[in-house]
Design a protein around this ligand. Sequence first.
Ligand code: FMN
Length: 343
Amino acid sequence: MNDVNTTGADRLSRRMERGCAFLGSEMAIMAGAMSWVSERNLVAAMSNAGGFGLIACGAMKPALLDAEIAATKALTVRPFGVNLITMHPQLDELIAVCARHSVGHVVLAGGLPPKGALEAIKASGAKVICFAPTLALAKKLIRSGVDALVIEGMEAGGHIGPVSTSVLAQEMLPDIADKVPVFVAGGIGRGEAIAGYLDMGAAGVQLGTRFVCATECVAHPNFKRAFIRASARDAVASVQIDPRLPVIPVRALKNAGGELFTAKQREVAQRLDESAVAMVEAQLEIEHYWAGALRRAVIDGDVEHGSVMAGQSVGMVTKEEPIADIIAQLMAQAADALRARAA
Ligand SMILES: Cc1cc2nc3c(=O)[nH]c(=O)nc-3n(C[C@H](O)[C@H](O)[C@H](O)COP(=O)(O)O)c2cc1C
């Protein structure tokens, strides 16, 4: 059939075919793992709606992850994955938990995979997905045997790199999209952008911010309200105050919590000066700070002093609605865009 004559929906499903085959889902849209947010309810709802949910392991201990996977399985028979943070001190045990549950897809986030992690995951039969911050590292990860990559721009919520999604996509997709499925993340709020990245060679996309106000998401009502009120320019990157203490920037809504983070950095930097703490410990302490601050906002609802991690697409979140409706809107917008382009 001539591409121009097919409907937008056909064109969209053809462009998502590879991503869907890789994920085992109906749509090549992943709900990016969000610590405290991406637990059994949101993950199962996402997969049940035809997308692909990911449990955020964050700082969970192996027993807790075990329980979370089991609980998610009780809510969906569809595939879902688990996102593990590479610097977790019990990474090997967490990988073993995923293997025991025959989790099909494991995402390694927060840095390059440590030695043996990739092999251990693949030995369990699961597919490994990693984040590629640069083209050179993407190629290295592909040589090491990753099954798919996520490229995430600085528009995203949570921990971010320095480069925008549009630049990463242009720089990396032409070189790597034919080698492994690549999922584009960061700043995607509507389906037109999904259509654009698929046309550039992406196998699918990953969104986080857009799913926070899903009805099924357990985030505190204050957290959701903050998202609904915010506009793109409210989602700002944290600032590093001491050149000796490199901290990965985090994008979150502007609030008093930003000042608490500055104070925390000062305190840790001072202890670094006094050699009271080693650099690795200092950086871990910063990461623990974020986990605690995010919990305070997501679970306790303290959106003034906690961390309301959100991407720049937050301005496109306008109400609470079922995740199936959010996905349906994204798919319809993407299909319309592809039909318009063909016409
Ligand atoms: C509240 C929040 C928490 C997040 N936590 C994590 C996390 O624990 N691990 C991770 O790999 N990514 C995390 N992310 C990033 C998301 O998985 C996803 O890649 C990102 O939100 C996509 O960009 P978007 O926010 O522009 O849609 C988080 C994002 C948000 C908004």
